[in-house]
Design a protein around this ligand. Structure first.
Ligand SMILES: [Zn+2]
Length: 120
């Protein structure tokens, strides 16, 4: 299969241009590399704002942040996609927010824990 880097469409091997974008198609190998690179870039865009002890805590913190309109990523240390990236450590996982929302997120979390909403 060949792939269009622009729109991600998949084509048979005998086709070498995307019918939508008129872009030259790339091999599956090149496509996979570009997808992996994009994933890494997405991940770097998010920064850790809090380590949580369990899934319940992760969910409640996530809710609090999303209520403030902050996009949230929750990553468990047990998540297989993190293999080789995280050394096993204390806690259940981490909460990540986009770089640009970090300050606001820290404020929300501080307020959240001060209110003692968590039954830890
Ligand atoms: Zn295309």
């Amino acid at each position: 299969m060949n792939y269009c880097l622009k729109c991600g469409a998949e084509f048979f091997d005998d086709i070498d241009r995307c019918s939508e974008c008129d872009e030259a198609l790339v091999s599956e190998q090149v496509w996979q590399k570009s997808v992996a690179k994009k994933k890494t870039e997405d991940r770097e865009f998010f920064v850790k704002v809090k380590t949580v002890e369990n899934q319940f805590e992760a969910d409640t913190v996530k809710d609090a942040l999303e209520k403030e309109g902050i996009p949230v990523l929750v990553r468990s240390f047990h998540d297989t996609s993190f293999n080789g990236i995280f050394i096993p450590q204390k806690g259940w996982g981490i909460i990540l927010v986009p770089d640009e929302h970090l300050k606001k997120a820290e404020g929300v979390i501080e307020e959240f824990y001060r209110q003692g909403d968590l039954t830890t």
